[in-house]
Design a protein around this ligand. Structure first.
Ligand SMILES: [Cu+2]
Length: 106
């Protein structure tokens, strides 16, 4: 059972994009010490980001353009699919000094 649970996130990454051969990827961005970890260098529409809050504080991952707003209670994870290409600045609604940027290719 343990090994199956480890395999599930991998299986979920094996997603066909349209009729092409591109595979969506799973990435994790960890928040720790009141800071967002580095975003993935290469990110595409359809990829999945798992936001992981390792802090004892509640955070959010909120897009300035309002395209996403993920609530992250302490020690929780939130999952989203990247929906649009472009540069998306994000921040935490509770701690506006926490910021980051996603660079999404089509
Ligand atoms: Cu915060």
């Amino acid at each position: 059972m343990g090994s199956l649970m480890k395999l599930l996130p991998l299986l979920s990454a094996l997603l066909w994009a349209g009729n092409g051969v591109a595979l969506a990827a799973d990435y994790q961005i960890t928040i720790t010490g009141m800071k967002f970890g580095s975003p993935p260098a290469e990110l595409h529409v359809g990829d999945v980001i798992v936001w992981r809050n390792d802090d004892i504080f509640r955070h959010t991952a909120t897009a300035r353009d309002k395209s996403f707003d993920i609530d992250l209670p302490p020690k929780s994870k939130g999952r989203m699919t990247v929906a649009q290409a472009g540069t998306i600045d994000f921040y935490c609604r509770f701690h506006p000094a926490m910021t980051g940027k996603l660079d999404v290719r089509p």
